[in-house]
Design a protein around this ligand. Structure first.
Ligand SMILES: NC(=O)c1ccc[n+]([C@@H]2O[C@H](COP(=O)([O-])OP(=O)(O)OC[C@H]3O[C@@H](n4cnc5c(N)ncnc54)[C@H](O)[C@@H]3O)[C@@H](O)[C@H]2O)c1
Length: 269
């Protein structure tokens, strides 16, 4: 996988999966546009890439604000000529069920997690069309397919992203643009640690996250980034409209591992 002469836009690149993806593209020769609403961490990602001999610039963008996304895309195109790859990793977690979620909280989560995916795609797609093709990878979640309790707004936006990705794949295939969705399981990032810290016993949550996967551990941001980079590369030239789970086998056991151990009627080995 090599991205010489390719321009990759990575959102949420200041932390976690986005940062690992930015490093993954840069180490394979792509020019990387680092987008994040957090200036300090975004600048740090871009600076690290440059220190390693790569090419990267930081753009301060809140992906839920249309004008900020539009201006950043215009600036990237004027500086780097075009965009070949979009890896959208910016996102926020939120908690609450369909009653306890405030209207403001609902709108905020959907604004970042769903509108953000729409807005970056909306403004990047015309530049890809002009360039003759490209690849979009949007970060969903295993919660694009199943639900966690007390996460109504997050689960809703992650489910909706799959529809957006399939629509883009369908509508822009004729323009040589592929669109795919990566669905991570429990990945050890600041977002996951933030969620765990809200529990009275954060270590118990971390342990549960490790046990969630068949592989017996949480994933690393790099393990998700590897899939994002692969899907963005020519090695994935026949993959579009796909939802690719990167979860260490979390979704495999029907009813979860606890049910498989005690509830299926089969003798445990
Ligand atoms: N960590 C997990 O277990 C996990 C699991 C499934 C899906 N995901 C998804 O992966 C993506 C990345 O998550 P992560 O775990 O790396 O989180 P993270 O918090 O480590 O990184 C997210 C980055 O997005 C940025 N961001 C947040 N809101 C933004 C906005 N409005 N505009 C621009 N940037 C913004 C943050 O500043 C941060 O740098 C998210 O979409 C998340 O929902 C994560």
């Amino acid at each position: 996988m090599n991205f010489t002469n390719k321009v990759a836009v990575v959102t949420g690149a200041g932390s976690g999966i986005g940062q690992a993806s930015a490093f993954g593209f840069a180490s394979r020769e792509a020019v990387v546009a680092v987008l994040d609403r957090d200036r300090e961490s975004g600048e740090a990602t871009a600076a690290h890439i440059r220190q390693q001999g790569g090419t990267a610039s930081f753009f301060a963008v809140d992906v839920s604000v249309p004008n900020e996304v539009k201006s950043a895309v215009e600036e990237i195109v004027s500086r780097f000529v075009g965009i070949d790859i979009l890896a959208h990793c910016a996102g926020i977690q939120s908690y609450g069920n369909a009653v306890s979620t405030t209207e403001e909280g609902w709108r905020k989560t959907l604004a970042v997690d769903l509108d953000g995916a729409f807005l970056v795609s909306k403004y990047v797609l015309p530049t890809m069309k002009k360039r003759g093709g490209g690849s979009i990878v949007i970060t969903g979640s295993t919660q694009s397919l199943v639900a966690h309790r007390n996460s109504a707004a997050y689960v809703t936006s992650k489910h909706a992203i799959v529809g957006l990705v399939r629509s883009i794949a369908l509508d822009f295939a004729a323009n040589n643009i592929r669109a795919n969705c990566v669905l991570p399981g429990a990945i050890d990032t600041p977002m996951l640690r933030w969620g765990a810290a809200r529990d009275p016993n954060p270590e118990r949550v971390i342990e549960a996250c490790h046990k969630l996967a068949l592989l017996g551990r949480m994933g690393t941001p790099e393990e998700v980034a590897n899939m994002i980079v692969f899907l963005s590369s020519d090695l994935a030239s026949y993959v579009t409209g796909a939802t690719v789970v990167v979860d260490g086998g979390q979704l495999v056991p029907c009813g979860g591992t606890a049910f498989q151990l005690i509830g299926t009627g089969a003798e445990p080995e």
